[in-house]
Design a protein around this ligand. Structure first.
Ligand code: HEC
Ligand code: HEC
Length: 457
């Protein structure tokens, strides 16, 4: 069905993903380039742009969305009330503390508990599910807060080393490389421990990402780089803790280590807030002297389901300035520079007659959701399922132009080291080396157009 889209003069690439058996034609609205999330797009440029409900929900579904919203915002407490069970170890008391306005986190300051960032930890090797091996005494994340009577596991320390790079037109781009340390660990850290820094990511559009079929994601895989363009790309294969099954296609998180939203919500509840659920019923302090030991699920399944539904039903913000000639030129530069090989513009969600709002949507996430080797500069050296220590998932770029409006800062990449789009691109290497070189060699006008295009997403 390539031609159907080309006829409308839309889409720059990524068209190869369409099979000849498309279930239904797209509507005129869906072909409008402003509709990043298809019909699940919200026209909102305010600081609330990431937190809108998708249209088309029944009144009953809106109620479930609102219950999820309420628990996303609710501050958990150690005991008493409906939202209890906090800790004993945790990072933040609520989802919304890290995902402020359903948005992106901040890199750490160092020496104080983090706001919206954590270090994932592991020992080399894999557990029975193929997940990274827990660190004795610390588990899989460094929790830097604890409830009264318990000890935080330690604090994150960070220092930056800054180097200058120059673009072809002489513009200086300053790159800061972080080094992380663990300060005041409550017990000694084992030798050989691996760490991976993670900054919180936005939450909108997750239902659409989940609704892309495995099959169409896998169509963009090119593990042996058979087409010789220097870009390979493969899906992560991970463990689905809801159905206890290995080899699920990973699509969520900076390393695509999580297969779907409910797994992510349950994991966040456990590791980030210290709340157990039916999915993860063991406390995150298991194996530690301060553990409560095995406990029952602290949060009812209905609330986990509502939180999941809330994430599934957050609309994608509409693009702005799509007809601006400079933005249009930038879109061409984006394609010509090879950005689009990984930041794939178009995808189609599966037909889902049981839940029509997310069904058969033409969406523009600007990601292939696959893993790419991004080179030594970005490597964390910590494998996660099939992702190596230098592979990262292409993050979706939709909505990224509103980061500053929503979160008051522009910190990009998995650890927030990049402070501008140009810095983010100049950190690209490995499979993205030639795209980065193309970016470096753009004329001033072409580069400004590209940056303006990114700002329109
Ligand atoms: C301590 C801060 C923190 C808290 C609290 C937190 N998150 Fe997150 N969240 C993160 C980080 C960091 C990531 C990226 C994780 C990764 O890549 O492994 C993330 C990723 C996500 C993602 C995936 C986004 C994407 O683009 O792939 C979802 C969905 C999510 N969180 C939902 C939640 C929910 C629901 C809660 C509350 C139950 C929550 N988070 C609580 C920090 C937090
Ligand atoms: C080989 C695949 C690949 C290519 C080609 C590529 N990117 Fe990326 N891009 C990634 C990955 C993977 C990341 C995440 C890296 C990280 O966080 O360490 C990323 C991150 C980004 C980010 C930051 C996103 C965020 O949420 O923090 C921006 C902006 C970006 N890329 C723009 C571009 C532009 C512009 C080009 C073309 C000049 C480009 N990329 C080419 C794979 C690619």
């Amino acid at each position: 069905m390539k031609t159907a889209i080309l006829l409308f003069g839309l889409g720059l690439s990524g068209l190869a993903i369409y099979s000849c058996h498309k279930a239904q034609p797209f509507t005129k609205d869906q072909l409008d380039e402003r509709m990043s999330g298809g019909d699940c797009t919200a026209f909102d440029e305010s600081s609330g742009a990431y937190g809108n409900l998708i249209p088309g929900l029944s009144e009953r579904d809106e109620q479930f969305h609102d219950v999820g919203d309420k628990f996303f915002e609710t501050s958990f407490i150690p005991s008493g009330g409906q939202a209890n069970g906090l800790g004993p170890l945790y990072h933040q008391v609520s989802c919304a503390r890290c995902h402020v306005n359903e948005g992106r986190g901040l890199p750490p300051i160092g020496g104080v508990p983090t706001e919206s960032f954590f270090l994932q930890l592991s020992m080399p090797g894999e557990d029975a599910h193929g997940a990274p091996l827990n660190v004795p005494g610390f588990g899989s994340q460094l929790q830097d807060r604890a409830v009264t009577g318990f000890q935080p596991e330690g604090l994150v320390g960070v220092s930056y080393f800054e180097t200058d790079e120059f673009l072809a037109d002489g513009t200086k781009v300053s790159l800061r490389k972080p080094t992380y340390t663990i300060l005041n660990p409550y017990t000694s850290l084992p030798a050989g421990m691996l760490m991976s820094p993670r900054m919180a990511r936005p939450n909108f559009g997750m239902g659409l990402i989940e609704a892309i079929s495995d099959e169409s994601l896998l169509k963009n895989e090119d593990p042996m780089d058979a087409n010789g363009d220097g870009v390979s790309g493969r899906a992560n294969r991970v463990y689905d803790y809801l159905i206890n099954q290995a080899n699920a296609i990973g699509r969520i998180g900076w390393k695509a280590a999580v297969p779907n939203i409910k797994n992510q919500a349950a994991k966040a509840l456990l590791e980030d807030i210290g709340i157990t659920t039916s999915v993860f019923a063991k406390s995150n302090a298991v194996g530690q002297p301060q553990a409560k030991g095995d406990v029952e699920a602290e949060l009812h399944d209905s609330i986990l389901n509502s939180l999941t539904f809330y994430m599934q039903t957050l609309a994608v913000p509409a693009r702005r300035k799509v007809d601006d000639p400079v933005v249009k030129q930038g879109q061409k530069v984006f394609a010509q520079s090879g950005c689009i090989k990984c930041h794939v513009d178009l995808h189609e969600t599966n037909v889902n007659v049981a839940f029509k709002p997310l069904s058969a949507q033409l969406i523009r996430p600007y990601s292939d959701f696959l893993l790419h080797d991004m080179g030594a500069g970005l490597a964390d050296g910590r494998p996660e399922f099939k992702a190596s220590g230098s592979e990262w998932r292409t993050p979706p770029l939709w909505g990224i132009g509103l980061s500053e409006r929503v979160n008051g800062h522009t910190n990009y990449l998995h650890d927030g080291r990049a402070r501008t789009f140009s810095e983010a691109v100049m950190w690209h290497s490995g499979e993205a080396q030639s795209a980065k070189n193309n970016f470096k060699n753009l004329s001033t006008a072409e580069r400004e157009a590209l940056l303006k295009f990114l700002g329109s997403l």
